[in-house]
Design a protein around this ligand. Structure first.
Ligand code: MF3
Ligand code: CO
Ligand code: CO
Length: 289
């Protein structure tokens, strides 16, 4: 058997004394753990920019929360997101991103994510909908999504929405200190979803974010402790578990001409919440609060 090859993502700065952080990361790397490249560590200036993008993104979602109601179309939500973002000097990142035609994602019931806003999709009592917004401000990105329940929904759907929220919070709690692994987050989320009889989507994941829409690392919401990338202070990333009522299997909706909408295989409902986080010396800070 070949020895596991060490991936040398983390390198010391030439000519400089290694810092405490360098030494700590190098210890992990020498033990074969996957460490970030230095470019994933944001500068204080970048963090400030991402924080400001996060504040605007939160205001966008608050505006949606204020105005969302039964009888509205998902295109109405798109308009709210687009107009509010632009009015406050931001750019909605989804618009024209790899062919995505709208300014946010609206994913109802069995739509897992990347639902495309449409005049034809009308919110009805009992629907559960995820609105996912990503805002660019001064070149920096912040990404978050929330679930909204239209009127009153079934106990089962409400439980799904609540457990998906708990999964996000559990992932967050794993990150209450730095030098944890992406697999630690996934493992904790998976356990909670399964304990409640739900499943975790595997084909889509969270991601680094901040200077671009999607950066390394992938943040999977399932997996084994101690695997995946080490999360160190200065990294910014999302956690965004997609939790399914039935099977974890998903597919691309054939009816979507843009090739974006993801649907559960069994057409049972799915729920998701998302925040952008900054890892600090004392654990994560939510940048999309
Ligand atoms: N906001 C989604 C995420 O959490 C990505 C949407 S890509 C889009 O990663 F093009 F559909 F907007
Ligand atoms: Co995201
Ligand atoms: Co998102």
């Amino acid at each position: 058997m070949a020895k596991n090859k060490i991936i040398e993502n983390w390198t010391l700065l030439p000519g400089a004394e290694p810092t405490e952080m360098d030494i700590r990361i190098m210890e992990y790397q020498n033990r074969g753990k996957l460490c970030p490249r230095r470019e994933l560590i944001k500068t204080p200036e970048q963090i400030e920019g991402i924080r400001r993008a996060g504040m605007l993104n939160t205001a966008v979602l608050d505006e949606v929360a204020d105005r969302i109601r039964e009888g509205m179309s998902t295109e109405d939500i798109n308009r709210i997101v687009h107009d509010f973002t632009v009015k406050h000097g931001g750019v909605p990142a989804p618009l024209n991103y790899e062919g995505f035609p709208k300014s946010c994602c609206t994913s109802i019931n069995e739509v897992v994510c990347h639902g495309i806003p449409s005049e034809d999709v009308i919110l009805e009592e009992g629907d559960i909908i995820n609105v996912d917004c990503t805002t660019i401000l001064d070149g920096y990105y912040a990404d978050a999504s929330r679930m909204f329940v239209i009127g009153k929904t079934s106990e089962r759907r409400q439980r799904l929405v609540d457990v998906a929220w708990e999964c996000l919070k559990i992932g967050e709690r794993v990150c209450s200190e730095p030098y944890v692994f992406v697999g630690d987050i996934g493992n904790a989320i998976q356990k909670h979803a399964h304990a409640n009889g739900f499943s975790v989507v595997r084909d889509l994941c969270g991601h680094g974010v901040g200077c671009q829409f999607h950066e390394d690392p992938d943040i999977e919401h399932y997996g084994h402790k101690g695997t995946g990338m080490l999360l160190v202070p200065g990294m910014t990333f999302t956690i965004e578990p997609m939790i399914n009522t039935g099977s974890w299997r998903v597919f691309l909706d054939e009816g979507d001409p843009y090739g974006w909408e993801i649907i559960t295989e069994d057409e049972l409902p799915s729920a998701q919440w998302e925040h952008t986080y900054l890892m600090t010396e004392h654990g994560v800070e939510i940048l999309t609060h």
